[in-house]
Write a protein that binds this ligand. Structure first.
Ligand SMILES: Cc1ncc(COP(=O)(O)O)c(C=O)c1O
Length: 476
């Protein structure tokens, strides 16, 4: 990023394309370069097979960090515009979407897994600590599951024994009262959300999502051709009065809003249910991490308050155990349960059987309860340490603020006005600290600069050093 105030401009080799970096648009440098390149490829101004400059070279030419260019290239690779990233250069993909057919997904940062070298300190949100995974017990449950050879194709909703176990579990933990047949075991929460969107949304339908919110769902809705509308979140959660009246589906994270951490108030919950009933809309309640509650009691889930079968409740084992298991579930209202199951069967027939059997034993034999009691203590302590660190940073002026949270494995902080989020994350990365992007949580073009700080996956012993390193970056 330039400090001189001039606009940086560069021409890609063997093409008439010019890229610009306007220093006045400091917060959106990555998006701006991404859009210029994407537009150039989609419109054919850069030809198929053209080689793009190496990331380091382009970064130097434009006066931005190499991280910015890597982020842009990775995003365009993920969307199919570019190919051949590793080692041999980056080329415009022969199969890259051209303008006539291109409907690129909305702007999100590339998935966290795009780090070539794992960061020294991982403060990205989304994952629990692999060191806390109950490997020995899980191995035993898997061994028991494999005492019997896996059977053939089965129920698209999952194994009955697991569905019964989950129904019983969420009755105790969340007060829901589903019948076992309403539980559909899925490949993580994401598949449950995917199936719900396919079932309920036609191209052009309005889907309301939280702003800021969980980017993969916003992207998924856009990929289905939905008209995605960002609805602001305030201290009481999703601002129901701002949902467009024509919305067909509302996606929300009421127990612990992602990423802000606010809890949706009871009046808002009731207003949302009333909205859904009045406007013939449906609600996805994504309860992705409420098992990790550090303070206060949880409010009743929306689905428990719902009298009109408008809420699809979605939950996952990605936070409590591991995202690598790819196990989650939906509690599907009866009126469209059969269609939901039929669609699931068309997509991938059923969940993997041995994992389901293992999970069923794991929960029924009390291991999940024990695991949660053990890990809650660990994460609550990390939550305390990070909260204390953020309070100090706000007091010293290196952060503008943060929303104190009562649950989950991440906290979102807001940087001082005028700060460049991309620059802060890039400098943190250079110092060995990977942090979650706040900008990617927004549909709006110029979001406030912030950081999403995860404390799930970093081992306890590393947390103080990671925060020390982050503190240096924030005060520089
Ligand atoms: C808001 C939200 N929903 C759902 C998920 C979990 O997705 P999955 O169960 O597909 O791993 C995440 C993971 O980071 C999340 O942040």
């Amino acid at each position: 990023m330039t400090n001189s105030g001039e606009v940086h401009q560069t021409k890609l080799p063997a093409s008439p394309l010019e890229l610009f970096v306007d220093p006045d648009a400091r917060r959106s440098t990555t998006r701006s370069i991404y859009r210029q390149l994407r537009e150039a490829i989609a419109s054919g101004r850069v030809s198929v097979g053209d080689r793009l400059p190496p990331t380091r070279e382009l970064a130097t030419q434009l006066g931005v960090s190499r991280h910015t260019i890597t982020t842009v290239y990775d995003q365009l690779v993920a969307e199919g515009y570019l190919g051949g990233r590793r080692g041999g250069g980056t080329f415009v993909n022969p199969a890259s979407p051209r303008r006539s057919t291109a409907r690129p997904l909305s702007d999100v940062s590339p998935p966290a897994a795009h780090f070539d070298v794992p960061p020294r300190f991982d403060l990205r949100p989304g994952a629990p600590d692999p060191g806390l995974f109950p490997t020995v017990v899980w191995r035993r449950c898997m061994a028991t599951a494999l005492l019997r050879a896996p059977r053939a194709y089965g129920d698209p909703g999952g194994l009955l024994e697991l569905r019964e176990t989950i129904a019983h579990w969420i009755n105790r933990s969340r007060g829901l009262e589903p019948t076992a047949d309403q539980i559909v075991v899925t490949s993580g929460a994401q598949q449950a959300i995917d199936l719900t969107i396919r079932l309920l949304v036609k191209p052009g339908d309005i889907v309301a999502v939280e702003e800021p919110g969980y980017a993969p769902v916003r992207q998924l809705c856009a990929a289905f051709g939905a008209d995605v509308r960002a609805v602001p979140v305030d201290a009481e959660g999703l601002m129901v009065e701002r949902i467009p009246t024509g919305a067909r589906l509302v996606y929300t994270t009421p127990a612990h809003q992602f990423p802000s951490g606010v809890v949706m108030s009871l009046p808002r919950r009731l207003a949302l249910l009333e909205f859904a009933e009045r406007h013939d809309a449906f609600v996805i309640e994504d309860d992705y991490d409420s098992e990790y509650r550090h303070v206060a009691r949880p409010l009743e889930p929306l689905q428990r308050l719902d009298r009109n079968e408008r809420v699809i409740y979605v939950d996952t084992f990605s936070k409590t155990l591991s995202p690598a298991l790819r196990l989650g579930f939906a509690v599907v209202p009866h009126p469209f349960l059969d269609q939901f199951l039929a669609l699931r069967q068309l997509c991938d027939w059923q969940p993997a059987e041995p994992q389901q059997t293992a999970m069923s034993h794991f929960i029924a034999d009390g291991h999940l309860g024990r695991h949660l009691r053990r890990t809650r203590k660990v994460y609550s302590e990390r939550h305390r340490v990070v909260t204390e660190f953020l309070s100090g940073a706000v007091q010293s002026g290196s952060l503008r603020g943060f929303t104190p949270t009562c649950a989950g494995l991440h906290i979102t902080a807001v940087l001082p006005d005028g700060a460049d989020e991309e620059d802060v994350r890039s400098r943190a990365e250079e110092a060995g600290v990977a942090i979650g992007a706040f900008a990617s949580c927004w549909q709006a073009d110029n979001p406030p600069p912030g950081l999403v700080i995860g404390f799930g996956s970093i081992p306890d012993g590393d947390l103080p050093s990671a925060l020390d390193a982050l503190s240096l970056v924030l005060t520089r």
